[in-house]
Structure formats: C-alpha cells, structure tokens
Design a protein around this ligand. Structure first.
Ligand SMILES: Nc1nc2c(ncn2[C@@H]2O[C@H](COP(=O)(O)OP(=O)(O)OP(=O)(O)O)[C@@H](O)[C@H]2O)c(=O)[nH]1
Length: 305
C-alpha cells in the first residue's frame, strides 16, 4: 500500500513535469540571471496556471534580489520559487471550523461534474475511518444518478443516507437530514448539493435557502461550505469559484482531478485569488484518493528531487 506522501507524489506527477521540470529546464546550464532567463521563467510559471499575479510577484522578488546582489546564480531560483509558492498557500491557511457539539454540518457545493458526489463519498470514507459517524444528505435532487451514486458510497462506507425522490425541494431534504443527524447523534453531516436545478429557480438562491435552513435547525450550521472544483478546468474554474464564493459563503476549497492535469499551479492561483484554504485534493477515483491538503507537503512533493 502506498503511503500518503507517495500517493500525493504520484497524484501530482503531471504537475511536477509541467511546472518544476520545466523550471529546471529553463535554469539548466545558465550562467547568469538575465532578462531572457526571467522572461522564460515567467512564461513557464504562467503556463502552469500559477496565475499572472503570482508569477509577476515571483519575478519581481527575483529582480529585486538580483539588483541587491543577494542572488546571482540561476541555480538558486528554484528554491526561491518554491518558497514563494509556499508563502502564498500558507497565507490562506486557517483552522477548520468543526462544531463543539455534534453534528458538524458541511455543505458541498460546485458545478455538475466537478466531482462533488464522489468527493462527498470519499469524505464519508475518511471521516468514518477516523471513527466518526457520518450521515450523508442527497440534496442533489436534480439527478437521480447522484442519489444512487451517494447510496453506493453509503454502503461502501457504512454511512446512512437521507434522501427523497428526484425533484424534491433540496432544502426539504436538508431539513430532514439535519433533524436525523441530531437525533442519531451523528458526528458529521455531509450535504451533497446540486450543481444545477430542475426548477427555474436560481442555484445561488437555493443554496442560500439551504444555508438558512441549516442555521435555523442547528445553530452555527453549516459550519463549513466546501466548493468542489475540477482542477482540469484551469482558469475557467476561477470564475465559477468567484460566483460561488460570493453567494454561497464558501469557507474552503477541494480541488479534484489533480491527477489529470499538468497545470496544478491552479492550486496557487485559486488560493491567492479567493483567499480561501484548500482543504483536500482529489488525485483519483477511489476512496483513498482524497488527500488532506497541507501546503508544506504539497510544495515539497512538487519540488523535492
Ligand atoms: N481522476 C479523477 N477523477 C475524479 C476525481 N474526483 C472525481 N472524479 C471523477 O469525476 C467524475 C464526476 O464526478 P461526480 O462525483 O459524479 O461529479 P458531480 O460534481 O457530483 O456531478 P453531478 O452529480 O452531476 O453534480 C466521476 O467519473 C468521478 O469518478 C479525482 O480526483 N480524480
């Protein structure tokens, strides 16, 4: 069985190649830090989706150090880049808001296909593996398959599911689930919401309604709202993320399908733009392929030889 660190390394292998190996290629054999080298570096960072703002800052930091003669050897730049990226990720890090008194209610939001249902199942596996009792709520009533998919995860992780028929009011399912979680003394309630609605009503309005319902039944709920984003959608994901963050009170991010992209620099761009912590990353389809996101481990796995 692979260790967590090995799984992380394997999961971000493409980004290692797409970002770090390319940075190394740019630096290889260079004797001095000149304008051409810096331009090539900037291009490489932006191509890996790190974001223009962060790439500019990195370059600016390097230029200042060069001007002050604090750095003159290209081989030192790899370390400077990794330190800067770590700094960005750590700046948005903050502790989880788990309820003092169970249940902790987590709302899972995001567009269809981002991996929301799969991630909800993986989280159930993780929390129950930690000895917590988990209840899942199938509030994605738009897609019958999403309810069934969640049920499969429920069986796999021995977690209960609260569901209603397809097309029901998502807030009504949430209401039931909140009461059930309290009555059953569940530690965690994971609410899988829809990325799209069967009714004409606005998705963001529905999400707001679910949040209000949660807060009315359980004080302080939802304790966490996690936005699930498909890392392979790159910069397009950022626009989506902004919308959800404005309307759904997002408290943390989960980036899925990092195993499928060389542009994992998006992790940095998104944290930076939204000032939100990444909680977990998805690196495959199995339950064990959801890894807790730790900035230090992520950066060292990317940059260590
Ligand atoms: N490679 C890989 N595939 C993933 C990951 N997470 C989810 N998937 C796959 O992505 C696809 C979509 O996942 P779903 O969980 O159905 O997506 P969803 O957001 O719930 O979609 P709706 O139910 O339509 O809202 C599935 O085939 C998953 O197995 C991941 O981290 N890596």
């Amino acid at each position: 069985m692979l260790s967590l660190l090995d799984r992380l390394k394997q999961g971000i292998q493409k980004t290692r190649t797409g970002l770090v190996s390319k940075v190394e290629d740019v630096l290889l054999g260079k004797k001095e830090i000149d304008a051409d080298l810096l331009e090539e570096l900037e291009y490489t960072l932006i191509s890996a989706d790190i974001g223009v703002r962060t790439a500019n800052e990195i370059l600016e930091g390097i230029r200042q150090r060069v001007d002050r003669h604090l750095v003159n050897d290209p081989s030192e730049l790899r370390q400077l880049i990794s330190e800067h990226l770590l700094g960005v990720l750590e700046a948005s890090d903050r502790p989880l808001n788990f309820a003092a008194e169970a249940p902790t209610v987590v709302l899972m939001v995001g567009v269809n296909g981002s991996g929301k249902t799969t991630t909800t199942g993986k989280l159930a596996a993780r929390f129950s593996g930690e000895g917590k009792t988990v209840l899942m709520c199938a509030a994605d009533t738009f897609r019958a398959a999403a309810i069934e998919q969640l049920e499969v995860w429920g069986q796999r992780t021995k977690s209960d599911i609260i569901r209603q028929s397809q097309g029901s009011d998502p807030s009504a399912v949430v209401f039931d689930a909140l009461h059930a979680a309290r009555a059953r003394k569940s530690d965690v309630l994971l609410v899988d919401t829809a990325g799209r609605l069967h009714t004409k009503s606005n998705l963001m309005v529905e999400l707001e309604k679910m949040r209000r319902t949660a807060g009315r039944v359980i004080e302080g709920a939802p304790h966490e709202v996690w936005l699930v984003l498909d890392a392979t959608t790159g910069q397009n994901g950022l626009e989506q993320a902004r919308k959800f963050t404005e309307s759904a009170g997002v408290t943390g991010l989960i980036l899925t399908k990092l195993d499928g992209t060389a542009k994992g620099g998006i992790v940095v761009a998104i944290t930076r733009e939204l000032n939100l912590p990444i909680r977990f990353i998805g690196v495959g389809e199995q339950a064990e392929d959801l890894l807790p996101f730790e900035p230090e481990k992520f950066i060292s796995s990317l940059f260590e030889a």
